[in-house]
Design a protein around this ligand. Structure first.
Ligand code: SF4
Length: 440
């Protein structure tokens, strides 16, 4: 944030009241300097302190919202260069292009394709996030309306023709689309439209990063706060620019480039597009617009994105619930496991392999695997007994037999006592499940 912990400390009340959640003002200052807390956590900063610290503690990369209501997208607001330092917060939306020169059916079909491209990745639905309507030669207002109706997703409007963009905003401006100035020469006109409609705007420059700073400043001076940097160029230059901008914003608190970025992948070649998109997802595009969005291209994109934009300090978790594998009847086996995603999907896959329809109760272990959860007291017999009771599973079954992971065999006696169920100790590793279930 620019100020040292001591400089921040001087601006705090120094009463050590602890209301911010840490015991002393100095500790709070140190956390604020490392951007681990928000200034608003201290209710006692006076107006002068707030003014001095407020600007300094603003996020190094501004948060920009695209769209309105449910499904709106958030870009930027990142605080670190590397995910292992903390986490990345806002996964870059993947945006599929339609052109207003296409006929209405083609726009409708492709916009619906964007919506439909959803993949199940470790229990999460991951897919594309918005439709970009690009003005070429057609009716921009009609195209934007069709794209909105067919996808129901936030829109990105790309163009440089003031009349066409104005017409599109007349039709869909209430949804707060991102207005993208396709050429540097149209920046001022697009910024004016963004101001008029209260929309975010993306501007670029033909003059490198120095030119971009000028264009961003002009947009800000015109009264628009929600600005996105349109970054274009050959992949190597683009990569260097994106890294430089991120470093300047985060390491040097260079506010003039403290905005989220967007990139456009124009090519159609599958392999080149995949590699380009992967590079830009990793470093550091905040939004990717794609002309080619075939399923085989989007699958690796969502997988890379998911890997980069999950919190490294929080294991990926499955929602605690009863999951059915196949079509289990009331006599089918019933087993229990932890909610660590990798554990659950291993168990589910091996149950599926057994071809024995079964039910799996996933209990909340805060994302810990079975043995770790047991050692940490998050998979104790009383907790498992409570989860069985709360699940209502007894009403679905003709039996009271529960299979537990072999690794927690020690819990079987106490669990039987607490539940009155017969506890069957299953295999230690999930790979043993197919044989175990077939022989059961
Ligand atoms: Fe200091 Fe404010 Fe925290 Fe109280 S709430 S300890 S005054 S920083």
């Amino acid at each position: 944030m620019g100020l040292s912990a001591i400089e921040i400390y001087k601006l705090l009340p120094k009463t050590n009241c602890g209301e911010c959640g840490v015991p002393t003002c100095l500790a709070f200052a140190m956390q604020l300097a490392n951007m681990k807390v928000e200034l608003s956590a201290c209710p006692h900063v006076d107006a002068a302190g707030e003014e001095a610290l407020g600007a300094a503690s603003a996020p190094p990369i501004k948060l920009v919202t695209v769209g309105d209501g449910e499904g709106k997208l958030e870009l930027g607001d990142e605080t670190v260069l590397f995910r292992h330092e903390k986490t990345f917060y806002h996964a870059p939306p993947l945006v599929g292009v339609v052109e207003d020169g296409w006929d209405a059916d083609a726009i409708k079909t492709r916009a619906a394709d964007v919506k439909a491209l959803v993949f199940d990745r470790v229990g999460r639905e991951e897919g594309m996030n918005a439709v970009a309507v690009w003005h070429t030669s057609g009716d921009m207002a009609a195209a934007a309306t069709t794209a909105k109706e067919a996808s129901g997703m936030p829109l990105v409007l790309i163009g440089s023709d003031e009349g066409a963009m104005k017409a599109a905003l007349g039709a869909v401006g209430g949804d707060k689309p991102l207005i993208v100035s396709a050429e540097a020469g149209s920046n001022a006109a697009m910024v004016a439209l963004a101001k008029e409609h209260g929309c975010p705007v993306a501007v670029g420059s033909d003059g490198g990063l120095e030119g971009l700073v000028d264009e961003l400043k002009a947009a800000k001076d015109a009264g628009v706060e929600n600005i996105v940097m349109l970054m274009r160029g050959e992949l190597g230059d683009l990569f260097n620019d994106l890294v430089a901008v991120r470093r300047l914003a985060i390491n040097k608190s260079f506010r003039e480039l403290g905005y989220p970025s967007m990139t456009i992948i124009e090519g159609d070649d599958e392999i080149e597009t995949t590699l380009e998109a992967a590079t830009l997802l990793m470093k550091y595009s905040s939004m990717l617009v794609l002309r080619n969005y075939s399923p085989e291209l989007i699958l690796p994109m969502v997988t890379i994105r998911l890997n980069i934009y999950t919190d490294p300090q929080k294991p990926i978790q499955v929602k605690p619930a009863i999951y059915k594998v196949g079509d289990p009847g009331p006599d089918a086996p019933f087993m229990l496991t932890s909610n660590f995603s990798l554990t659950y999907f291993s168990v589910e896959g091996d149950v599926d392999k057994s071809k024995v329809p079964s039910r799996i109760l996933v209990i909340d272990t805060e994302g810990l695997s079975v043995l770790t959860a047991f050692a940490a007291g998050k998979m104790e017999p009383d907790k498992m007994a409570d989860a069985i009771e709360a699940s209502g599973i007894a009403d679905e079954l003709n039996h009271k037999k529960l299979i537990i992971p072999g690794m927690i065999a020690r819990a079987s006696g106490k669990l039987a006592e607490l539940t009155g169920w017969e506890i069957i100790v299953g295999p230690r590793e999930s790979t043993g499940i197919p044989k175990f279930l077939r022989e059961l």
